[in-house]
Design a protein around this ligand. Structure first.
Ligand code: GDP
Length: 187
């Protein structure tokens, strides 16, 4: 049967230490994806192929400042997002903005990213706000309501995850693809 294919580029951004590397690592772990139809591309280290609703999509994650500018367009760890020309990099299909629930400063950084994306990104684009480290219940300082309110304000999807205990990571991965497809339909 015919399976249509598509490929998307996603920027993983947020303050240092919020867990971007751990989230990406969980995305790329083939073992967790066995039942849900993911496969791991071993020729590229940051992409994962997902079969969802009969359509195969490859998600390529970029989160490193050492990627060539022409490939990414801007930098993720991204103080550079301010100086980078977001409008010029129309190869990005989604922004995943991560903060840690035990780090209020990282939430402020995430808000800054959302402002930059929404003010500088001209096209309709999928944006997902991710609250990570929800396993650290007692050290939590950013309540769920703050994340939800911000997501509403910046018109993005909100999800709480824990990369450390692999909680909601698959939901996040599928959620990113669903958001991308949704935006492409309406945009
Ligand atoms: P990055 O700088 O955003 O890429 O952050 P890393 O993925 O390197 O994670 C920074 C630190 O936070 C590391 O010590 C991780 O072990 C820890 N970390 C990442 N995700 C979680 C999580 O969900 N829960 C907990 N408790 N620690 C985490």
């Amino acid at each position: 049967s015919m399976v249509s294919r598509s490929s998307f580029t996603i920027l993983l951004t947020g303050a240092k230490g919020v867990g971007k590397t751990h989230i990406l690592r969980q995305f790329l772990l083939p073992a967790t994806h066995v039942d849900t139809g993911y496969s791991f591309d071993d020729d590229q280290d940051s992409s994962v192929t997902i079969l969802l609703d009969g359509e195969e999509s490859t998600l390529e994650f970029v989160d490193r400042c050492d990627r060539p500018a022409e490939q990414v367009g801007l930098c993720s760890s991204t103080v550079h997002l301010q100086t980078g020309d977001i409008a010029a990099c129309d190869q990005l299909d989604a922004y995943v903005v991560v903060y840690s629930v035990e780090d209020r400063k990282s939430f402020a950084t995430a808000m800054q990213r959302l402002r930059e994306i929404r003010s500088e990104e001209g096209r309709p684009v999928a944006v997902i706000l991710v609250a990570n480290k929800t396993d650290l219940v007692r050290r939590r300082v950013v309540p769920e309501i703050d994340g939800k309110t911000a997501a509403k304000e910046y018109d993005c999807k909100y999800i709480e995850v824990s990369a450390a205990i692999d909680h909601k990571i698959d939901e996040l991965l599928v959620g990113i693809l669903k958001q991308i497809r949704l935006i492409r339909q309406v945009g």
